[in-house]
Ligand binder design. Sequence first.
Ligand code: AMP
Ligand code: GLY
Length: 422
Amino acid sequence: MGLTILVIGSGGREHAIAQKLIQSPKVATVFCAKGNAGMKKDGIQLVDIAEDDHSGLIKFAKEHSVDWTFVGPEIPLLNGIVDDFKAAGLLAFGPVKAAAFIEGSKDFAKTIMKKYKVPTANHQTFFDFEKARAYVMKKGAPIVIKADGLAAGKGVVVAMTVEEAVEALNDMLEQNKFGSSGAKVIVEEFLSGEEFSLLAFVREQEVYPMVIAQDHKRAYENDLGPNTGGMGAYSPCPQISDELVKKAVETILKPTVQGMIAEGRAFTGILYAGLIATETGPKVIEFNARFGDPETQVVLQRLESDFAQIIDDLLRGNKPEIKWKKAGYSIGVVVAAEGYPGEYQKGHHIPSFSDLGSKHVYYAGVKEQGNQFISDGGRIYLVEASGDTLEKARQAVYSVLDNVETQGTFYRKDIGFKGIDK
Ligand code: AMP
Ligand code: GLY
């Protein structure tokens, strides 16, 4: 009998995870709580239980003989969902609360990096506005101001002037614009270089790196406009050398997981390192305790081995076999509602996407209306295509997007450009 799996989360990342799981010959059923209507196209079964209802999810998992649960987003991880599943005698993949803290507190992440000599930007932590302001005046701009806690991607200000930096400090420490997340602030050295995301399957001291990806955080072409949750991604990135990635694994991922063990916070799950390739080597911008969105939608395309088998092996103490495709590229482009990441309207028509061939559509903010889908969020869906070259993948993804009705929505037309230009 095949495995029964529960995925927690409801975005495009969870759609890609659930779809990869359901493709496995070892898997019989994939439930997703709460999921989104678009997932049903792939045979994923939606479960109407909120991600913060741990006891409801545990009850469901027991009643439906779920073999294991995969937790997508950071909030349930930081709320200790994996601890609660374990206490109920259930297998769940993701870090325990104490380990997820590497994402939950930027100050904690910086402390770990400093203590275990993981390369990152120099920083100081402040609770007091006047002290932080004096430090910024002394250091000058550009300089980076970060709220300590989760702030839905909005708690980071890359200040090009001292005035901007002081305004950000004022917003966080004096005006409490980010609530308790901004009551503690990290002031960090500005790093320049190309950014990339290095994710790994981690089981305590074991680190199994994935192929790298590059996100596009700004809303508009040429990296202009406000920061978003990510407007598109591609994998791998030809302009980042294998040597640099190996260095990042050795100098960043491995010492970090060792440090977490030494702190009594052993990490098992997906560790996401947001890195910058500086002139003096790779340095950390942030750690996340989960898969990235939209990186997952492209990185999982590059996986040759059976994803369900990998997670099953990691959960049961077996050695996983993890092989990545040697050739080819994947690109994913997010379609968002006009106005996102600010105010936007819902209810936009979503194309039906027939004849996708080997391409994929991963849904996020969608709901059903009659027998159609309409938008129900800012990030609506992502179209993914693969190709032998990055240019071919790019042509394939835009051949879909340029031919569908996208009224009331927008997407970036330059996803992958940094890799293609090289
Ligand atoms: P984060 O939310 O931590 O991913 O930060 C958002 C964006 O701010 C990153 O994708 C970077 O582009 C930028 N950023 C964060 N920290 C730094 C830094 N120390 N130097 C330069 N840019 C940074
Ligand atoms: N793509 C950025 C993130 O998932 O945090």
